[in-house]
Design a protein around this ligand. Structure first.
Ligand code: WT7
Length: 660
């Protein structure tokens, strides 16, 4: 366990508040206590039953799980289905076409609602438009859009024709987009002129043009949604307006029924090396687990609930809990384009009150930001429609948990702290509302059908009351099927630390009751505002700048964002003078921050840049980030005995007086 984890462990041990489910909630809850025992008795049979109950198959499956090709699982492999049909058409066929599917809130105050019937027409047109520009089943399509209805439609349209979507978060740079397009060999990009962000129109199309100018030769067409109306450069023959393509397309399209193991999407996430991993998810198992968890963890009542997940579709939460889970269950949901403080800090709560949101799913960083803004802000709105709150992305500290329940949930709602990852595809560990007595700060129990444990270095389960590494010991339906184009990296990253079991990369502890408390990453992955970033990726960006000779990046605790990026850089000799002159140091930091923003995106921008003359390394040359984290968090520096040169830390401490 690293230093950071043991500190938070002590804080968490002191947490003894308990929140048993209210009898009124229990009486109406989707989940019951019996579910876990029957799932444990025959895990595959439990999931097969969910797959049959929750999805519509054009060819029913007869095989449940094939683990003979481990670590690549095959679930329901002889069945066929279509994800978009399941998310849209079947609701219309069952007479529920008039139900609102999407309530869109634009940042400037515009809005749009789409029923399931309207959505069926729009996704059919979009599917035909994709076919028209030559996209075929199995092709990859990059999606680079703001949080608007077209993002949902674009993903579903790909699924409808069996094309594989690769959504790239709109906050990522042209360079990040280019590398993802190239890795997946995408044949088309779906983007927009721009999106509304913090009160102004932020352009997106120029990043696509830049990405394709520098590479991306596989791309034949770019579909462009008109959102902001701003000027865009146009490449004749390549660029096509989305609205024109859809207008010309037929509103009828027969969904392509694919095998259960047909790829549904690739989503890139940061790992411990500089190169992002294309996490691959397939169809049948992924849809089964997203539908099941969305129904039971959020206690969804599709006829009456108004659900809102604040995540962007650029992240896995947006895939599983904006697009697939909710729509498979026929939910009515809100999607919001902008930031929580535009035009003012009450915007989220105004949306909750305006649409009568009943279920809210967000991240601890957002909750802590609202805490900072003060409870009088949400206090100005009627939030009494809320009946369940969810949290995801990073450990939620007990203070944020209890604030969330008290101020937003009116001291009434269950709060579910849901642990999962891009790789797991769907929620894995979470309290079940109506069943679990909640403990603030703990994700608590593996869901029915999930086998998770905390183990020591030798893969032995730890005793209750002890900490170790979080692992998943049995295959689950929505597990990743690999890293796009890199089966070896898949095996090495997740399956080699503890042979045969899945290593999540998180530290965890089992309390006296056996409940699981997540303690953060144990590898070189940071978690900034619930978004995963790799230390190595930012380091390689920094050393790509001519000023920088060497760089080391750590995630330091931050009261709002969970962790913040802190970079230690050694400058090349030619630039060192610059730092020595008063005031120039700040320019170094500003230049490097702008450089990382350009290369990766604003979320990767270091909060602090410290210019140093040495970095602490072991004799084998590995940077000891643990020591740098001590410096960044203003702690006494820990054990330095494994350093090649133990005086280095003194040098770093002296260097910190510099005005950077
Ligand atoms: C990492 C996965 C899952 C969607 C958002 C992030 C951390 C996630 C929790 C939680 C403690 C959490 C873990 C995990 N994490 N949820 N409830 N409690 N930690 O997806 O980018 O794939 O990141 O986020 O460290 O490994 P991701």
């Amino acid at each position: 366990m690293n230093h950071e984890s043991s500190t938070s462990l002590e804080n968490l041990l002191a947490e003894d508040r308990r929140f048993p489910p209210a009898p009124e909630f229990v009486a109406q809850a989707n989940a019951g206590p019996e579910m876990s025992s029957w799932a444990a008795a025959d895990r595959p049979a439990f999931w097969a039953e969910q797959a049959r109950q929750l999805l519509t198959w054009s060819t029913p499956f007869t095989e449940t799980l094939d683990w003979s090709g481990a670590p690549v699982a095959r679930w329901f492999a002889d069945g066929r289905l279509n994800a978009c049909y399941n998310a849209v058409d079947r609701h219309v066929e069952a007479g529920r076409g008039d139900r609102t599917a999407l309530i869109f809130e634009g940042e400037p105050g515009d809005g749009r609602t789409l029923t399931y019937a309207e959505l069926q027409i729009e996704v059919s047109r979009a599917a035909n438009a994709l076919l028209e520009i030559g996209v075929r089943t199995g092709d990859r399509v990059a999606i680079y859009l703001p949080m608007i209805t077209e993002a949902v439609v674009a993903m579903l349209a790909c699924a409808r024709i069996g094309a594989v979507h690769s959504v790239v978060f709109g906050g990522f740079s042209a360079e990040a987009l280019r590398s993802r397009i190239e890795d997946a060999q995408a044949v088309a990009v779906i983007t927009a002129d721009g999106g509304h962000r913090r009160g102004s129109a932020a352009a997106l199309k120029p990043a696509v043009d830049e990405a394709l100018a520098g590479g991306g030769a596989s791309v034949r067409h770019v579909l462009v949604v008109r959102r902001t109306g701003q000027e865009v450069a146009w490449t004749e023959g390549r660029d096509v307006w989305w609205h024109e393509a859809l207008e010309q397309a037929s509103e009828r399209h027969e969904p392509v029924q694919v095998e259960a193991e047909h790829p549904l999407f690739i989503l890139y996430t940061s790992g411990t090396t500089g190169k992002p991993k294309g996490i691959l998810h397939t169809t049948g198992g992924y849809l089964t687990q997203t539908a099941f968890t969305h129904l039971n963890v959020f206690d969804l009542k599709p006829e009456t609930d108004v659900y809102w997940c604040t995540a962007d579709v650029g992240w896995v939460t947006g895939h599983s809990y904006v697009v697939y889970g909710p729509m498979l269950n026929g939910a009515t949901q809100v999607i919001y384009e902008g930031t929580p403080d535009t035009p003012d800090k009450g915007r989220w709560w105004e949306i909750v009150a305006k649409h009568g949101v009943t279920i809210l799913y967000t991240a601890p960083t957002a909750i802590r930001t609202c805490m900072k803004w003060g409870e009088d802000v949400p206090g100005r709105y009627d939030l009494s429609s809320l009946r369940l709150l969810g949290s995801v992305g990073e450990p939620i500290n007990p203070e944020a948990w209890t604030w969330y329940r008290r101020v937003i949930g009116g001291d009434r709602t269950p709060v579910v702290d849901t642990w999962w990852q891009t790789e797991t595809g769907a929620i894995m560990i979470s309290p079940l509302p109506g069943v679990t007595t909640a403990k603030p700060g703990s994700a608590q129990t593996p869901l029915p059908g999930i086998a998770a444990d905390v183990v020591d270095e030798e893969a032995h389960p730890v005793e209750n009351g002890s900490g170790g590494y979080l692992v998943i010991t049995e295959p689950w339906p929505s597990m990743l099927r690999g890293i796009w184009g890199d089966p070896q990296r898949f095996a090495d990253t997740y399956w080699s630390r503890f042979p045969g079991i899945y290593f999540a990369g998180d530290g965890a502890k089992k309390d006296e009751d056996g409940d699981i408390w997540l303690l953060g990453r144990v590898d070189d992955v940071m978690n900034i505002s619930g978004h995963r970033l790799s230390t190595a990726e930012i380091e390689s960006s920094l050393v790509a700048h001519p000023m920088v000779a060497e760089a080391a990046v750590v995630g330091a605790s931050d009261t709002t964002t969970g962790q913040a990026v802190v970079a230690f850089v050694i400058l090349r000799a030619e630039y060192l003078d610059q730092v020595d002159q008063e005031g120039e140091g700040a320019d170094v930091a500003a230049t490097l921050r702008a450089h990382v923003t350009k290369q990766i995106g604003p979320i990767a921008k270091p909060r602090t840049i410290l210019v140093v003359t040495e970095l602490p390394k072991t004799r084998s040359g590995k940077i000891m980030r643990r020591l740098l984290r001590d410096v960044a968090e203003h702690r006494k520096v820990g054990d330095v005995t494994t350093l090649a040169d133990s005086s280095v830390m003194d040098l770093i401490a002296t260097g910190l007086d510099k005005p950077t």
